[in-house]
Write a new protein. Sequence first.
Length: 507
Amino acid sequence: MTGTLQQATPDEAVKRPGRWLALSVLVFAVLLVAVDATVLGLATPYISEDLEPSGTQLLWIGDVYSFVIAGLLVSMGSLGDRIGRKRVLLVGATAFGAISVLNAYATTPEMMIAARALLGVAGATLMPATLALIRNLFHDPRERSLAVGIWGATASAGTAVGPIVGGFLLEHFWWGSVFLINLPVMAVLVVVGVRTLPESRNPNPGPWDLAGVALSLVGVIGLVYAVKEAAAHGLTRTTAGAALLGAAALYGFVRRQLTLPVPLLDMRLFRNRGFSGAVLADLLTVLGLSGLVFFLSQYLQLVQGRSPLEAGLAELPAAVGAVAAGLLAGHAARRFSVRAVVSGGLAAIGLALAALTVIDESTGYPLLGASLLVVGVGAGFSFTVTADVILSSVPKEEAGSASAVSETAYELGAALGIAVLGSIVTGVYRGFPSPPGTPAGAHESLGGAVEAASGLPAATARELLASARGAFVDGLTNAAGVGAAVLLATAAAAWFMLRGQRLDSRP
């Protein structure tokens, strides 16, 4: 790595003209993905009412996007290293905008799931390319830390912009409008990116390993599907078969990558304890957070009766905390230590989730807002520093593959979080006692219960909603407790795995 960096020390390489304008284009891509991920939570009650998905279909709508992204990130990161990261980014952004239209006009649950899966294919091209281009734009480590901080802060800002803009759209238009907001962002990204982004690729990339692409996709999706189904329905023959298929495919992928002269993913990177610790921290942090956040929007709307815009504004403290912490993270890690900042951030998230185990239907906003602020600060510190560690662990020629590992951990954690923690919420919810005459759909989701109540006598409707909301909150607090345990355990593991790790301070 040192030799690679030393070759890039001339002023024009270390201080590339136009690098900050190019960064602004890259953060548009991050904003595109972050906004899309967060608006779905607010739109879920409307999608439930309009498309009438089952509880399982609703979870698939929520997490199939992350499943597909997780399965393809390594392949797309490697593709960018080979044919050009700018090219992959711009083609992916164009496809992302076009497929967003298909999401907006979905008419059945099956069509919505398929559209979200296709959006995942396009999304898989965006995130590795943005981080890899940052690695190649900013050779000065301190500038790169700031750039990564801005990148992470923009992703966090997207979590605020998404609910607020989405809430406004949902109050004035139909739920499909939350996907159409991707179109103007995509247009700006492509038009400006063509002019400002430099092309970069690995000068000696080797052939693209199509067999490895297939193995990684089958392996990740197989294992995540097995976890999801086992959490929802217990261990079945189908679940066991999917788990075995996924594990066998991933084993074959690893063995194949170790034998190829130029692999899709250099598995030897994981021998670096700092790299492995950063990846593990990303994976388990998102696992602990994502399932809870997915259902928190439903809590704010369907339990506490907030409008979509009010729910979006209520979640704003998390984004504010993450933006502030992301911009300060690199400085904090150099002044103190990588492990102190990462472990401290993870512990803060864990304690905030633990505080949410005491909420009920009438919990006031001060507790919710304070918890979300602490979650945002902890995530901002942790994610920014781990991304910097991962990027600085590899030569710039392999930045796409390394970025893909970071993003795979993120997306895989999101998929597993929605699957596992979401299944906890759904499992507790489904068993709630209901009055006679309650439609079966009321037990599939809280949105289904609200819709069913609208067609029942007033007294029966009140009884149904009180029971359903109570069960939903019970499921949410159970999931928060599991998430808190995961985050606190991850904080302890990161303290040991990141021992001695430092952010690079050399040009």
